[in-house]
Write a protein that binds this ligand. Structure first.
Ligand SMILES: [Zn+2]
Length: 107
């Protein structure tokens, strides 16, 4: 409850270019999963450099755990992509074989 109240209070702040900031999550190795307020135009030409942490500093133990899980997630996504490519290749060859057999049966 207290956390949502402090989030609402922070949400009323404006960034340096006078817009309501947006809540973002850091995924850097030093601050994995740590939320912060930033300019909604971050990454664009007109963005200001407004920045305000919402969550406290991430403890080293949690950094290790979160970064380890993120690494495993990224490895799993790469493996999934590799398997998807292999599957598409097999589907393509299967379609070629079916087409070849169909042509051989008809002619
Ligand atoms: Zn701004």
């Amino acid at each position: 409850m207290e956390d949502s109240q402090s989030v609402q209070k922070l949400n009323r702040k404006l960034c340096y270019c006078s817009h309501v900031p947006v809540l973002k999550t850091s995924w850097t190795e030093g601050n994995p999963g740590r939320r912060f307020w930033g300019c909604r135009f971050n990454g664009k030409v007109d963005a200001c450099d407004f920045f305000d942490w919402v969550d406290p500093t991430v403890q080293d133990r949690y950094k290790l755990v979160i970064n380890g899980l993120l690494r495993k997630k990224n490895e799993a996504e790469k493996e999934k992509e590799k398997l998807s490519k292999t599957l598409r290749m097999y589907q393509f060859f299967f379609a070629l074989v079916v087409l070849y057999v169909a042509v051989r049966v008809v002619f």
